[in-house]
Structure formats: structure tokens, C-alpha cells
Design a protein around this ligand. Structure first.
Ligand code: ATP
Length: 272
């Protein structure tokens, strides 16, 4: 078997409180293979975002990762990285698209400058090199390079979200983490963005950790899915099994709680 890009082993995360600690992630283990799109689903508060932040080493106090937890990216434990190693790790190894990331673009910088910021800092790129690379990246997400001179407020929500994804792909990360990346967008735009991600990961070979509470959307785009319940990973299966023959009682309960899609395709293509 090919070595996984991400291997999470016995991950335990607490939120430290004044009175008591809250055990938000309980002994979670899973792998993501190269090029795989792995979905993490479960109701609000089950610990999905806490895992996403830990994998990108963006977790902050009061979140505390317990001893004995391991997060291996390409075999290297990211929990042991020092500050200098972390600067190289972020964007190059793992990039993260947050919930409503479209609002994270700097409103006073043009789209070109937002790319330049990342490319100059991490690769020392000149303005001309950065501009050429930014144009290439925008094309990947179906945006005309004419937009380079625009400001974020001149772009639609869906376009801004795709720009954030393009910036995330600028340094060819091995893993793209998308935490509810399209929740704030309408259904058609959501679908377009996820279709684009599906094409790109096949073309460029990166893996994706995709987080949403929307299981119907998830089965349409994921290879495998992990179901979380109150901090525990209760089932990991391929998308077909999660849809047609869920093994865990909680997965069945999740399905029962949402409108079932008819004619859903789970071959990687999003159903029309
Ligand atoms: N800074 C914090 N301090 C204390 N508890 C927190 C903090 N952040 C999150 N939690 C708790 O940890 C648990 C897991 O939260 P998390 O955001 O990871 O869930 P989630 O599954 O991503 O939910 P959602 O889908 O609503 O984003 C929740 O019970 C939440 O209330």
C-alpha cells in the first residue's frame, strides 16, 4: 500500500477550562492516501474543526493536544515541528480553506498582491514571477487573469472562495484542508467549486480533507468518509458504503435526520 499523506494516530484534544477540561477529540485515528478526498462528517460540535486546526498546527490555547497523539504528514510528526519548520510546513505541505475563507482576503490589497504576499514570503518570488504564477493559478479555478487587478469587494462570494483556494494551491501543498468551504455559498456555486476541486486533485495529485455536516454533499465528492460522534470517530468507510450500507447506528441516524438525495452519483462527479 502507498504510504499515506496524512496519518492521524490516537489524537486526543482537550479544551482546558478554569473548572473542568472538555475532551473534544477522543483517540481519533485515520489515514488519507495520496490524491484521496477524505470527508469528515458529523453534527455541529463533534470535533471536526478541532481536528482540522490541529492537523494544520493552527490550534491555539485553550486547545491542548494530549501526549501520545501523532499527526504524521508524509511520515513526519507535525506536532514536533519548531517555529522555523512550521513556517515551511504551512502552505507547502498543508494549506487550509476555512469556513467563509472568502472573507479572509485582505480588502485593501488587489488579488495580485494577495498572491504576491504568499509567493514572496515563501519562495522569494519576484513581482513578475508571482504575477505569472497567479494568472496560472486563477485559470485553474476558472477565473480570468483579468481579475488580478481587482479588489476582493469587486468579486462575487463564489469567486472570492475560489481565489482563496487558488492561493492555497500556490505552493503545491500535499494536503488541502477544506473546513465547510462552501457553506456560505448557494447550492449551484457550492457544486461548481467542489467539482473544480475534484478535477484539480486528480490533475495535481494533492489529497483533500473535506469537512462538512452535510452528508449528502459529502458522499457525492468523497472517496472515503469518517463519521464523528461527540469527539469519537465511529465509522470510516468508502462513500458507497456510507450511502448504501452504513455500518454504525449513528451514521444511519445522521441519514435519517437529513433529506435523502435521489439519483446521487458517488463516482467523484457531482450529480446534476
Ligand atoms: N476555544 C474553545 N474553548 C472551549 N471549547 C471549545 C473551543 N472551541 C471549540 N470548543 C468545543 O469543542 C467541541 C468541538 O468543536 P468543533 O468546532 O471542533 O466542532 P465541529 O464539529 O467542527 O462543529 P461545527 O460543525 O459547528 O463547526 C465543541 O463542543 C465546542 O463547543
Amino acid at each position: 500500500m502507498t504510504s499515506p499523506v496524512l496519518s492521524v494516530r490516537n489524537l486526543n484534544i482537550d479544551y482546558i477550562g478554569a473548572e473542568t477540561d472538555f475532551h473534544a477529540v477522543k483517540d481519533v485515528s485515520f489515514d488519507i492516501a495520496p490524491g484521496e478526498l477524505f470527508g469528515l462528517a458529523g453534527e455541529s460540535g463533534c470535533g471536526k474543526s478541532t481536528i482540522a486546526f490541529a492537523v494544520s498546527r493552527l490550534h491555539r490555547p485553550p486547545a491542548l493536544i494530549r501526549k501520545g497523539s501523532q499527526i504524521l504528514v508524509d511520515g513526519r510528526d507535525v506536532l514536533t515541528l519548531d517555529d522555523a519548520e512550521l513556517r515551511k510546513f504551512r502552505w507547502r505541505e498543508v494549506a487550509m480553506v476555512f469556513q467563509s475563507a472568502m472573507n479572509s482576503l485582505n480588502p485593501v490589497l488587489t488579488i495580485e498582491d494577495q498572491f504576491y504576499d504568499v509567493l514572496r514570503t515563501h519562495t522569494g518570488a519576484s513581482r513578475a514571477t508571482s504575477r505569472a504564477r497567479a494568472a496560472e493559478l486563477l485559470k485553474l479555478v476558472d477565473i480570468s487573469p483579468d481579475r488580478l487587478s481587482a479588489y476582493p469587494h469587486q468579486c462575487s462570494g463564489g469567486m472570492r472562495q475560489r481565489i482563496v483556494i487558488a492561493i492555497c494551491l500556490a505552493l503545491n501543498p500535499k494536503l488541502l484542508i477544506m473546513d465547510e468551504p462552501t457553506t456560505a455559498l448557494d447550492v449551484v456555486v457550492q457544486r461548481e467549486i467542489l467539482q473544480r476541486i475534484d478535477v484539480l486533485r486528480k490533475q495535481l495529485g494533492f489529497s483533500v480533507l473535506f469537512i462538512t455536516h452535510d452528508l449528502s454533499l459529502m458522499v457525492q465528492v468523497s472517496d472515503r468518509i469518517g463519521i464523528m460522534l461527540e469527539g469519537e470517530l465511529v465509522e470510516v468507510n468508502d462513500a458507497q458504503t456510507i450511502y448504501h450500507a452504513p455500518q454504525h447506528a449513528y451514521t444511519r441516524k445522521l441519514w435519517a435526520s437529513m433529506p435523502r438525495l435521489h439519483g446521487v452519483q458517488i463516482t467523484g462527479e457531482v450529480a446534476p
